[in-house]
Design a protein around this ligand. Sequence first.
Ligand code: PSV
Ligand code: MN
Ligand code: MN
Length: 388
Amino acid sequence: MALTTDQLDTLATLAIEVPSWAYGNSGTRFKVFAGPGGPRDPFEKIDDAAQVNAFTGLAPAVALHIPWDKVDDWDALAAHAADRGVRIGTINSNTFQDDQYKLGSLCHTDAAVRRAAIDHHLECIEIMRATGSKDLKIWLADGTNYPGQDDLRGRQDRLAEGLAEIYAALDADQRLVLEYKFFEPAFYHTDVPDWGTSLVQCLALGEQASVCLDTGHHAPGTNIEFIVMQLLRLGRLGSFDFNSRFYADDDLIVGAADPFQLFRILYEVVRGGGLKADSGVVFMLDQCHNIEKKIPGQIRSVLNVQEMLARALAVDADALKVAQENGDVLGANQVLMDAFYTDVRSQLAAWRGERGLPGDPMAAYLASGYQEKIEADRVGGTQASWGA
Ligand code: PSV
Ligand code: MN
Ligand code: MN
């Protein structure tokens, strides 16, 4: 089964946002292994991200995390990105590393802490204006560890209030995407634990708010493609944070743990129109490379998404529809599985060649000398400081 020209054209629309923090050193709560050649500032993170795009043609945007990526001159950072052939993507806020947020941020009982958290988001919106970013992604570490620790409903009301003030500050062409996560760092309850809560909060805010689905943020066994279908159906799937997991929020390379799940998710993306520009769906990675080299780790990730999307595009939609309408259970399943088992690698390699890209981006990067150069030149890289 080979991809048709139309399918290959659709595949060419794939644009992935890579996370700036994937290039810095990261680890678990046990240890951060420092990798030689780590970027020393956000400019060097952009340089590294630009390599991923140069070798794959798949990653034209870089998501930033504030304050990790704070610089004095945002114009200079945006210009640097443009010079390297990429742009600034989603701005991720961060209300999880300061002492004042120990008991929460937007949901905190203390109005002064909530004010600080809202102000941080207003600053992020200013950064979006300065860098041309269109999306503000909010993930809150808010939650409690013990039953009775705080009033669940009061926290939800305070969340709604804080989000409304942030939302009101958006420009007409900017969006707020609200990410959910069912646990961690809080272990009894999380204030935005699931897509339903995120959706309810977004619906109250308005059209410019939608849900961010991080593939590592669900209980084991959750049917994630169902959630993808439902959010696309409602026009509220704002973005993905792609990664893969075996146990918890492992943040491993997307498609590494369960390629079939990635296929099923991407099939629902195709089915639901999520590849169309007007769908507004942003395909972001949220990964940490704790033991492998970062740039090859990101190259592998974007290639995995591309390869699995190619297989999802290869599903014979007409045959599937006929089988489904005839109640042909096994036939319908076989149509899907035929596409999943299609080896698209050599076709994709040839297709890359036609577009002036290396047929094997990983090998080309490893042969380019960039890795050796940064390992020799850069001393004292920054730490992405994130293992959760
Ligand atoms: C939280 O686990 C999360 O998925 C959020 O997206 C954070 O911003 C990100 O991880 C940091 O890696
Ligand atoms: Mn995430
Ligand atoms: Mn996460």
